[in-house]
Write a protein that binds this ligand. Structure first.
Ligand code: SAH
Length: 344
């Protein structure tokens, strides 16, 4: 199989060059072509000798995602991409232009093992972890397709980033490297369902990417019902870990709260949520549910606004994120779910 060079760090590129009998600096040149100039083919790498370009053509590749479907129907301008991996599994990414930002929502795993009841990806189960290359390649492919820079990255596509920790961090490091794609670390968000030990590890390692935690209920029992992973990582320990992160990193974590009609959208929830958010430096994003699973629905707009009102006054930042991809089935897992009927 050809060696995929997308996903290699600068040091790994240099090492790769030496491994094929070239000087180290050739690796640095290749690195720049991939991440700074977004080269789609070795033929574009004009400062490499022709013989080396030919050798690379034979033995290496620049990413290996295949675009299967591109859905541009969203009036908001969001574009949803469905990619096939080399072994036949599918992942999706969503481009969300919101001037001046151009955000990309990317996947960290094919499918997901976490099994949140309301989530479309959960229905697929976990197929496998993505490599750092497959994560970074989503960004390169879409950047070339839209012919524009990506300003923000959110790890909110398929999968649980903290169950694929090392490749996700490697990809995030590459995406934020000043010598390459140079997407600001503070403009990248890693979103987790709430694995306390990984949150502490993330805090200890001192990463600059922002952290978001999918809370979805302020009550342990209810959280267990909609997010069974909460049995393993109970709310008390989770909040301790997030607090630890906030203190240690001096960064403000974001709580995400998917609003599910008749389930977690009552005044009692709002009061408990407010108390919880106020207990530490944090922000809160309310996400009205994007209907994908039959048992769950989105509260009315009126109720969403009312819920937000109940939370006031909240010193922390509060925003309501109407899912931009609603019209293009852009809730996590929807396109790949459609595909899985006929492929793997
Ligand atoms: N596994 C990670 C990242 C993927 S999900 C996590 O749990 O955070 C990203 C966010 O989308 C999470 O907050 C999740 O609760 C939310 N989400 C999942 N399905 C949704 C849907 N149908 N509508 C709205 N938000 C959804």
């Amino acid at each position: 199989m050809k060696e995929n060079l997308v996903g290699l760090t600068l040091a790994q590129c240099a090492h790769y060059a030496e491994g094929i009998g070239e000087k180290k600096y050739r690796g640095r040149q290749i690195y720049k072509w991939i991440y700074e100039k977004h080269a789609a083919a070795f033929a574009e790498m004009t400062d490499l000798p022709a013989a080396l370009r030919e050798k690379l053509e034979q033995t290496a590749e620049l990413g290996n995602l295949t675009l299967v479907e591109k859905d541009e129907r969203s009036p908001s301008g969001s574009v949803k991409y469905l990619f096939r991996l080399h072994d036949g599994y599918h992942i999706e990414s969503v481009f969300i232009p919101d001037s001046p930002r151009r955000t990309l929502c990317i996947s960290s795993q094919a499918g997901c093992a976490v099994n949140c009841r309301f989530c479309a990806t959960a229905r697929l189960g976990l197929k496998r972890n993505l490599t750092a290359g497959e994560i970074v390649d989503q960004v390169l492919r879409i950047m070339r397709d839209v012919n524009d820079q990506i300003t923000n990255i959110v790890f909110m596509g398929m999968g649980e980033p903290f169950l694929n920790y090392d490749p996700v961090i490697q990809a995030a490091n590459i995406l934020s490297d000043d010598n390459g794609l140079a997407i600001g670390a503070r403009r990248m968000v890693i979103s987790t369902c709430g694995l306390s030990d990984q949150i502490r590890r993330y805090a200890d390692e001192g990463h600059k990417f922002r952290l978001a935690v999918s809370l979805n209920s302020p009550f342990q029992e209810e959280r267990e019902r909609i997010m069974p992973i909460a049995r393993k990582w109970p709310l008390d320990s989770l909040l301790d870990a997030i607090h630890y992160y906030a203190i240690k990193s001096r960064k403000i974590p974001t709580f995400e709260y998917v609003l599910l009609a008749g389930i977690n959208d009552t005044r009692i929830h709002a009061e408990a949520l407010k108390k919880l958010v106020k207990s530490m430096p944090s922000k809160l994003n309310l996400i009205p549910y994007n209907p994908t699973v039959a048992q769950f629905s989105r509260p009315t707009e009126e109720r969403v606004n009312e819920f937000a009102q109940w939370l006031l006054p909240l010193n922390a930042g509060l925003s309501v994120r109407w899912s931009k991809g609603y019209e293009v089935n852009a809730a996590c897992g929807q396109l790949a779910g459609k595909q899985s009927e006929w492929i793997r």
